[in-house]
Write a protein that binds this ligand. Structure first.
Ligand SMILES: Nc1ncnc2c1ncn2[C@@H]1O[C@H](COP(=O)(O)OP(=O)(O)OP(=O)(O)O)[C@@H](O)[C@H]1O
Length: 248
């Protein structure tokens, strides 16, 4: 049996109040290495707030977030990123005027962002990593293309690549397939499956067909609390989940 210390992410008793309103209320959530965990739930359930708490954008009122056994709740956002937590927001934040290759290059840990990259050397090690990631995100044929010309789905993959190149141990994605075509959704499912190998992935998603394809475990949030948790089959057939979420 796993103990708390074996988990990549162990959240216990996590609570945040906004003017007395508990957006997240005494949450416990554990994610293993190689696990792709999906959080679902109705609008306003607290899903985005959980990601905000993990990445340090919002500070917890009480409770604990342990990442690889290190307490995150008191750390500033940049230290949490450096510790190995990557987060992708819904709208991609890529550099549209730079090529795919340059976008990956500026995201390389020693690239130090867009200004540092002026002094940055394209060593064989860096180029190898860029090609490896480009291949993984299905953009190896588009390396010299300005990112602004990519399709919506490809822009999302590029941003995932920009996180992967930093080799995070926990990757968090907020509605990764919103606005994607059917084919892009299928390709994204394969991609997420691949990138969960060797790390932990936490996804917020509303598209249940997609959740069914990717989730190893599902947590259903409702009014800041866990309504149900377990594998997809279990939560899908939970009468409480059907009542507040899936039945609508
Ligand atoms: N900084 C904040 N100040 C005040 N209230 C907030 C703040 N952040 C979130 N909330 C409230 O907390 C609740 C949970 O919001 P959250 O965005 O986490 O829900 P969600 O499950 O992600 O919803 P959706 O599916 O619509 O994105 C909402 O009622 C929201 O208005």
């Amino acid at each position: 049996m796993s103990t708390t210390t074996d988990f990549t992410l162990a959240i216990e008793g996590l609570t945040v109040s906004f003017d007395g309103f508990k957006a997240v209320d005494d949450l416990n959530l554990y994610i293993d290495k190689n696990e792709l965990h999906v959080v679902i739930g109705p609008n306003g359930a607290g899903k985005t707030t959980v990601l905000d708490l993990i990445c340090g954008k919002t500070k917890a009122t009480s409770g604990s977030i342990k990442f690889l056994n290190v307490e995150l709740t008191k750390k500033p956002e940049h230290e949490i990123v450096r510790a190995g937590v990557g987060r992708k927001f819904q709208t991609p934040s890529i550099y549209e005027n730079l090529t795919v290759l340059e976008n990956l290059e500026v995201s390389y840990p020693e690239g130090r962002g867009i200004f540092g990259s002026l002094l940055f050397k394209r060593t064989p090690k860096v180029m190898e990593k860029i090609h490896e990631i480009a291949n993984e995100i299905m953009l190896d044929d588009a390396l010299d293309m300005p990112a602004g010309l990519l399709s919506h789905g490809q822009k999302q993959w590029l941003e995932i690549g920009m996180l992967l190149i930093q080799d995070p141990q926990l990757l968090m994605l907020d509605e990764p397939v919103a606005g994607m075509s059917v084919k892009e959704r299928e390709q994204t499912a394969v991609l997420l499956n691949k990138i969960s190998q060797g790390r932990s992935v936490l996804v917020i998603e509303h598209d249940m067909e997609f959740v069914e394809r990717i989730a190893h475990k599902v947590t259903v949030l409702h009014q800041g609390k866990i309504l149900a948790a377990g594998d997809m089959h279990k939560v899908q057939h939970d009468p409480k989940v059907v009542e507040v979420y899936l039945g609508h």
